[in-house]
Ligand binder design. Structure first.
Ligand code: PLP
Length: 381
């Protein structure tokens, strides 16, 4: 049976991984500066992770949400302690889109309203409400288009005020560092004003931390760089280091009710074991500190490359912008220099999202490869 052909694929077949590296079926080592779309937080085959997931699957891999599962509470407590998000409550699911779908649903339940405000170049996933709040018409099917969404420019405080004062907006959803869009960030004033406007207009402020959260920005959550208190925080990607797990942190002003949300797979035993191993490792190995040190090192090196015209993002979520489209450069980096990097909706931008365990030697290796790839590209033009 053929696979439904929706992904343009690079001709590489990774078969194993260790730390910052993956290895293909021919034994070639690749430096992974993309982390499989920002998923690898503690690195490939981290021993803590392998041990925790192996032990759990040998013991009890899955049981439903109809019985007690103390691992969920352990995960929630650890997340509260590490993130500093006191008093929120946790709902577990299995992907980023599902986290945002539940976040938007909660906002609508809480306020009794149904219009959403989102922003240009935002990406929130491919399910019904999440995709409608995503600024990409190509992935919105007619069935999704019935959602009421208003997409505004980032930093348009007046626009947000006008929309919220109409009284029908249940949620404002925002990425504090845009991922798929290309690493743009709103201003401090913008984020802090949205927070205030939401509170003044009975609108839920949703921080989509699916890509920029879990330490990647240099704080546990990217919104923590600002003086804001989101009502709902959505999580996934780095949360499971490859295990499909997502979650929603919910402010206690939103009361739970039996049956309000639900899922078969969310919060299963194996997912919780993976999630706990990730949090324990972030703490034990001081990965947020490492993120800040490596980020400064990477940015300093990037500044020495004349072809890099702009450096975007924060922490280990870095965008390197050139004055040409980077498709060929990415191919050259993979096939000739064995480095994985990411692209973005902004075609001139390389998206760098390595595991948070990255060290200076890997960054040196990347910039050596990048310099060579830039020469290759110039020679072919
Ligand atoms: C910010 C953001 N939100 C939501 C999603 C959707 O996550 P998933 O692909 O796990 O459904 C993504 C995925 O790239 C994302 O970057």
């Amino acid at each position: 049976m053929p696979l439904f052909d929706v992904y343009p694929l690079y001709n590489v077949t990774p078969v194993s991984g260790k730390g910052i590296h993956v290895y293909d079926d021919k034994g070639i080592e690749y430096l992974d500066l993309y982390g499989g779309h920002a998923v690898m937080s503690i690195g490939h085959a981290h021993p803590n992770y392998v041990k925790a997931v192996t032990n759990q699957v040998e013991t009890l891999g899955f049981y439903s949400n109809a019985v007690q599962n103390p691992l969920q509470k352990q995960l929630a407590d650890k997340l509260e302690a590490i993130s500093g998000c006191k008093d929120y409550e946790l709902f577990l699911c299995s992907s980023g889109a599902e986290a945002n779908e539940n976040a938007l649903k909660l906002a609508s339940f809480k306020t009794g309203k149904k219009r959403v405000v989102a922003f240009n170049n935002g990406f929130h996933g491919r399910t019904s409400a999440a995709v409608a709040a995503t600024d990409n018409k190509n992935i919105i099917a007619p069935i999704n288009a019935q959602q009421e969404v208003t997409i505004l420019p980032l930093n348009d405080v007046e626009g947000v005020k006008t929309e919220l004062e109409k009284g029908d907006v249940c949620a404002v959803i925002v990425e504090f560092i845009q991922g798929v869009g290309g690493l743009d960030q709103g201003s401090t004033e913008f984020f802090e004003q949205i927070d205030k406007l939401c509170k003044a207009n009975n609108t839920m402020f949703i921080a989509d931390e699916i890509q920029c959260g879990y330490g990647r920005s240099g704080k546990f959550f990217a919104f923590q760089h600002y003086n804001v208190t989101p009502d709902i925080i959505s999580l996934a990607k780095g949360m499971g280091n490859g295990f499909p797990i997502g979650g929603v942190l919910i402010h206690p002003s939103i009361a739970s009710k039996h049956g309000m949300l639900g899922t078969t797979f969310g919060g299963n035993h194996l997912a919780c074991a993976a999630g706990l191993a990730v949090l324990n490792t972030i703490e034990e190995e001081k990965l947020i500190e490492n993120t800040n040190t490596m980020s400064a090192y990477m940015i300093a090196k990037a500044k020495t490359i004349p072809q890099i015209k702009n450096i975007k993002g924060r922490g280990l979520m870095i965008g390197l912008e050139f004055d040409f489209e980077v498709g060929q450069l990415r191919k050259d980096l993979i096939y000739n220099h064995h480095v994985f990097t990411g692209g973005a909706k902004n075609k001139k931008l390389l998206r760098i999202l390595p595991p948070l365990t990255i060290q200076k030697a890997h960054i040196d290796q990347f910039f050596d490869a990048l310099k060579k790839a830039l020469v290759d590209i110039e020679e072919t033009v």
